[in-house]
Design a protein around this ligand. Structure first.
Ligand code: TNX
Length: 529
């Protein structure tokens, strides 16, 4: 690699301007000057310097910490983001210094506050320097840099002739370590291309976990070798709401999603919902039913009618096979075991089931994660509860927090992306609430539920259930613009929470989304550009 670098440098010094693409035929579109704080999520600290504007030019290089393959990888991703619209070569050079104007991505040397996920970004006339302790922090910094450039940077074609980055310093790091999104593949299947397109959008807003709801009453969407009919039948033709299946992820597909997300510093969390929400498995394998009779497949939207057979050892052989195979292809720390709406399971059976299953998650090296109902089973204190209630009290949850369990906040009437914006929304449900952008933004994860304070909250997650959603456009229309609201609640300080500021910054995202062809909902609450 060294040799390539030297050659590239020599080329750059000698004749690079000669090989630059011709200037675009059309005049550069005008765009307002960006400000350092015009970013979502809002950065912790910004110190603008009006004299420090940097212009990306044909000579700019992206320099990364020598010897760090991961920093170089972040540099390559940044180059790939910036090349189409600028038309500049932006070589990525893992070298100690260059005589050229540079965007430097450096491991180490940042403000001590940035921790494991944050970054420091400095812009002067001579260049941009992003410093972080980890590649994840560098990646977060490059997502900020992207938003500091004119919106045309998102264009797939060369657009304009000047690319200014506003001068000054940003020191930025998250309020919560966990900022998640969830996608439901069971009610309607979503392909690898759709999932990875969603990953691209999530990563721009510093989301670092994607939870995949892989199984439910309507469909089973992940290959399990020891129970092969789960996918060929349970994920086969006619599965999904309204019977529009088939669809499932092979293990190769799943690994491809994991790797794609990892390259964008997003960790995949798989969910197998149990002991309820299991009709797809039970209609495929009769032995998973207490009476040995497979119920018919279901393609309606009802919930709470299915239950695995709690006092049958075959159930636990099945569950252990699934957990073992899934853990083996999941590098992330969490395995989600569902546990919601088990209305067809008695309370006693529910506890019995969870006390058998929770140790299996640990046996295969994973940390158990489940909907808040799992706290009724007194799980070990490293188990994480996902709060999805609409109220502000939950005794089981508060007691679990007192024992030491941590919580992810997904209140259904605030954070559910499948809820309609208002009564006219074409897609989505409304059982929890209508959720306009101001509702999605207008709550605090650390004061939402009594007894669940800042230290008990690991973070936030925005679930997107797919009963009414089929296409990527459908997903985008429900997630945008509310997903960025949840992302800001997870990243930015409570002190910076400010609706007027947020809605203005949100409005400025619209030109980017248009260029990225994101089918967002143009909420009347937002001053769209
Ligand atoms: C409730 S939220 C469910 C899901 C539905 C969703 C629809 C939760 C843990 N369970 O089964 O898809 O509502 O909004």
């Amino acid at each position: 690699m060294r040799r390539t670098v030297t050659r590239l440098l020599a080329m750059t010094a000698l004749g690079l301007p000669l090989i630059l693409p011709a200037a675009p035929a059309t005049a550069a579109p005008t765009a307002p000057a960006r400000h350092l704080a015009d970013v979502i999520p809002a950065p912790v600290e910004t110190r603008p310097d009006a004299h420090g504007t940097f212009q990306i030019s044909p000579l700019t290089v992206i320099r990364t910490t020598p010897g760090s393959a991961t920093a170089w990888q972040v540099g390559r991703q940044l180059a790939e983001t910036l090349r189409p619209a600028t038309g500049y070569p932006l070589p990525v050079l893992p070298v100690r210094s260059t005589p050229l104007p540079e965007i430097a991505l450096l491991i180490g040397g940042a403000d001590a506050r940035v921790g494991q996920q944050g970054y420091q970004l400095d812009v002067t006339r001579r260049g941009v320097t992003i410093r972080a302790n980890t590649p994840a922090g560098l990646f977060a910094g490059t997502q900020t840099l992207r938003q500091l450039l004119p919106a045309d940077i998102e264009s797939a074609r060369r657009q304009r002739t000047t690319w200014a980055v506003p001068g000054g310093r940003i020191v930025d790091y998250p309020r919560f370590a966990y900022r998640g999104a969830m996608l439901d593949l069971a009610r309607h299947f979503h392909t690898v291309d759709e999932i990875t397109a969603y990953v691209d959008l999530l990563s721009q807003y510093k989301i670092n976990y994607l939870h995949l709801h892989l199984t439910d009453d309507q469909g089973w969407r992940i290959q399990i070798d020891s129970w092969p009919r789960l996918t060929t039948v349970g994920g086969g033709p006619g599965t999904g709401v309204d019977g529009v299946g088939p669809g499932y992820l092979t293990k190769a597909d799943y690994k491809a999603v994991v790797a794609y997300a990892a390259a964008r510093h997003i960790t995949i969390i798989p969910e197998i919902d149990m002991p309820g929400h299991t009709n797809a498995a039970q209609s495929t394998y009769p032995e998973l039913n207490c009476d040995g009779v497979a119920p018919p497949p279901r393609t309606d939207m009802a919930v709470g009618y299915s239950s695995l057979c709690i006092n049958d050892e075959r159930t636990y052989r099945f569950v252990e096979d699934v957990i073992r195979e899934l853990a083996a292809i999941t590098p992330g720390p969490f395995l989600h075991i569902g546990g919601d709406e088990a209305h067809a399971t008695t309370d006693e059976d529910y506890r019995t089931f969870m006390q058998r299953v929770l140790p299996l998650v640990a046996k295969y090296g994973k940390r158990a994660y489940g909907w808040n109902e799992i706290m009724q089973a007194d799980p070990p204190t490293d188990a994480v509860a996902q709060f999805w209630g609409t109220g502000t009290t939950n005794t089981d949850l508060a007691e679990a927090v007192a024992r030491g369990n941590k919580v992810i906040m997904s209140p259904a009437n605030k954070a559910y992306l499948d809820m309609k914006y208002d009564r006219n929304t074409r897609l989505g449900l409304s059982w929890a609430a209508y959720i306009e952008v101001s509702d999605a933004y207008g709550w605090d994860p650390a004061t939402r539920v009594s007894g669940v304070g800042e230290n008990a909250v690991l973070g936030v997650e925005a679930p997107l259930w797919s009963e009414t959603l089929r296409t990527l456009d459908d997903i985008e229309h429900m997630a945008f613009p509310r997903l960025p609201a949840i992302a800001e609640l997870g990243w930015s300080t409570a002190a910076s929470h400010d609706w007027e500021s947020f809605r203005t910054r949100l409005g400025e995202q619209a030109p980017r989304w248009r260029l990225q062809q994101v089918d967002f909902y143009p909420s009347p609450q937002v001053p769209w550009r």
